[in-house]
Write a protein that binds this ligand. Structure first.
Ligand code: APR
Length: 241
């Protein structure tokens, strides 16, 4: 689907030096990753709403059940590939002198498309973390450890669960970059989960041009300088390189 990109956005894109991109589940939808909300439905696992099975409270109560859900998600993700939106965003990192990719996604598809230094606000399903020494364990090449190889305590998904705080310093880093950027893209997020959804307003208040890409309007649409209605995989490659 051909979309119209305004002359203003083309000019801002050509002149931008500091760019921030915020992505959500929608950027991975065309890769086959189910979104959490959009389209009116809410993800459910074995009859348990995702925000219950994916919660800190469930982790306290039943860590094996939480692992079963994340093992399933890794199983689904293992066969999925990045889409043209992921690849175009990866190319942008070498286009701009200062480029920051902030994602709410835990699927690792940005990295699979070649994005470096991805700011993961909500963690990553391909990592486990010790519940005591907090040591991280990469599961992209190896199986999930039964216990922390370093201290022997239990390990948990290295993902921010509902009711939990973001990793220390990650949001602050993203907020500083948002306050410095001159162009901000918001791609594939319903913009209802904070603090992530607050980043575009920080950029806007600092004078950045804010552009949203989403097939549906969101609570952020009215704040944006440009709203491009469409799917990320079709729209983002048309924005420019
Ligand atoms: N391209 C772009 N956007 C899309 C596409 C697409 N192909 N398909 C759907 N969308 C949009 C939907 O319209 C919706 O606005 O993506 C958004 C997905 O919203 P959510 O499912 O709420 O995902 P997200 O905004 O990332 O959720 C934020 O909430 O569930 C928690 O921790 C989880 O990181 C997640 C956070």
């Amino acid at each position: 689907m051909q979309v119209s990109i305004s002359a203003e956005l083309r000019r801002r894109f050509a002149e931008a030096r500091r760019v921030l991109v915020l992505t959500g589940a929608g950027v991975s939808a065309e890769s086959g990753v189910p979104t959490f909300r959009g389209g009116g439905n809410t993800a459910v696992w074995k009859g348990i709403p995702f925000d219950v099975i994916s919660s800190g409270a469930m982790l306290e109560r039943n860590l094996p059940a939480v692992w079963e859900w994340f093992d399933y998600r890794r199983g689904v993700l293992a066969s999925l590939e990045p889409n043209p939106a992921h690849y175009q965003i990866a190319r942008w990192q070498d286009r701009f002198p200062d480029f920051t990719l902030v994602t709410q996604n835990v699927d690792g598809l940005h990295q699979k498309a070649g994005s470096r230094n991805v700011v993961e606000l909500h963690g990553n399903v391909w990592r486990a973390r010790c519940t005591v020494c907090r040591m991280g364990h990469d599961m992209s090449e190896s199986a999930r450890p039964d216990a922390c190889p370093s201290c022997g305590n239990s390990v948990r998904p290295d993902v921010v669960l509902f009711g939990e705080m973001l990793p220390p310093g990650v949001f602050e880093f993203a907020a500083n970059k948002a306050a410095e950027c001159d162009l901000c893209f918001v791609i594939g997020t319903s913009a209802i989960v904070y603090p992530a959804a607050g980043l575009p307003a920080i950029a806007k208040d600092a004078g950045a041009f804010v552009c949203e890409v989403n097939p549906e309007r969101t609570p952020l649409s009215s704040l944006c300088d440009e709203v491009i209605t469409g799917k990320a995989g079709e729209v983002v490659p048309q924005i420019g390189l």
